[in-house]
Design a protein around this ligand. Structure first.
Ligand code: 1CP
Length: 361
């Protein structure tokens, strides 16, 4: 594909030098936006996802308000499972009519069931100019399985962890079934116009290193190897400071990290270096993150200062995608989001002494 203007997001994924990193925000569409709440006061969450025009509109709302470099398609990690025999509602998180007991209760993935999301992707790709990336996504096998067997959100997902510990539980088969279905789903999203993919493993931080290596990683390999050569993949797994070196061995292009470690330390762990105090991250893998979404609740000035702190740490090193360490919360002030995006755009103007001429070419 030839492009008149470079796509900042894909350039960062490829490790190209840039004057500033691309910025987008997990949950950039959602309840903190008055225009989102206006639509949701008239349309249910699942109905909004099932209507391509509405899903596209909700995807584009934050792009109009802020100068973001990527849009993420409006859907939920549970959306493709609704076509696989899983009956659920949202209040606001997913709630199954009855928890899943075994992979055999799932019907095969069928792209026809996610046709509205694929059509919304086509609409969004057509509406945005070529400098903006469109991100498709799915839930990772463990995180999806955790919701399926628990039946709803949970802070500890004990049912999934009990099954994980029991070789007779069929959990591995469930993970593999989900990996195969999500690979099909992601390929369909790339074919519909997504420029890149993010895999959300929101709850895998609950898992021990041993279980992650033994049970979870094979299913992730199974999923991401199907995408090789089709489009860049980000793996986002918050709460995994104890797993980052293992995460770094996955064949993905970008690793999304939370705020618990300084970004350079997390980056070095992902890249298999133990000299984590060294101020220059290895460039073997792009990194996405890592502002604590709670900081935005402290207001625009505090937000801008923390954004600049992260950018100063990374110091213009190629391969950084600016994002939060987890999603925006519904009570986030709009001013803080604006300040975040502006602080990324302003860097490094504020830091006069930092010379980026080498990386800006
Ligand atoms: O309007 C409403 O009340 C619905 C709130 C909401 C929204 C806006 C839910 C229910 N999902 C979404 C959209 C969504 N979910 C997006 C696209 C929008 C965007 O990011 O801009 C994405 C990528 C997701 C992914 C998602 N859903 C994850 C992974 C990311 C994460 O936050 O860790 C998870 C864990 C879910 C489950 C889910 N769906 C909804 C909620 C509130 C939750 C989490 C809470 C729970 O477990 O109960």
């Amino acid at each position: 594909m030839t492009r008149a203007d470079p796509m900042r997001y894909l350039d960062a994924v490829a490790g190209r030098a840039l004057d500033r990193p691309p910025v987008w925000l997990m949950r950039q569409a959602g309840r903190y936006l008055p225009e989102y709440r206006a639509i949701r006061s008239e349309v249910g969450f699942q109905d909004a996802i099932s209507d391509p025009a509405t899903a596209a509109e909700l995807t584009l709302q934050p792009m109009r308000r802020f100068d973001l470099d990527a849009a993420i398609i409006f859907a939920d990690i549970m959306t493709p499972l609704e076509g696989m025999g899983v009956s659920l509602t949202f209040d606001p998180g997913p709630r199954l009519d009855s928890p899943l007991r075994s992979a055999s209760e799932l019907t095969p993935f069928d792209a026809a069931h996610v046709a509205p999301t694929l059509e919304a992707l086509r609409l969004v790709r057509g509406a945005l100019d070529s400098t903006k990336a469109v991100i498709g996504f799915c839930g990772a096998p463990f995180t999806l399985a955790a919701y399926l067997v628990q039946g709803s959100g949970s802070k500890d997902f004990l049912t999934a962890r009990a099954m994980l510990a029991d070789p007779q539980s069929g959990f591995t088969v469930l993970l593999d079934t989900l990996a195969d279905a999500m690979a099909d789903y992601l390929i369909a999203q790339l074919d519909a116009g997504a420029d890149a993919i993010q895999v959300f493993d929101s709850w895998v931080g609950l898992v021990s290193r041993d279980d992650y290596r033994r049970v979870v990683m094979p299913s992730l390999h199974r999923l991401v190897t199907r995408l090789e050569g089709r489009g860049p993949v980000t793996y986002f797994a918050p709460g995994t400071s104890h797993l980052l070196d293992l995460v770094g061995s996955l064949p993905v292009d970008v690793v999304g990290v939370d705020w618990r470690l300084p970004i350079v330390e997390a980056w070095n762990l992902v890249c298999g270096r133990d000299d984590s105090h060294v101020n220059h991250p290895s460039s073997r893998r792009a990194i996405q993150g890592n502002l604590d979404p709670a900081i935005l609740l402290a207001g625009p000035e505090v937000t801008a200062a923390h954004v600049t702190e992260i950018l100063d740490l990374v110091d213009g090193h190629p391969g950084h995608i600016f994002n939060l360490g987890h999603g925006l919360t519904p009570d986030t002030p709009l001013d803080s989001v604006a300040a975040l995006v502006e602080a990324v755009a302003a860097w490094p103007a504020h830091a006069g002494e930092i010379d980026i001429t080498e990386t800006a070419t």
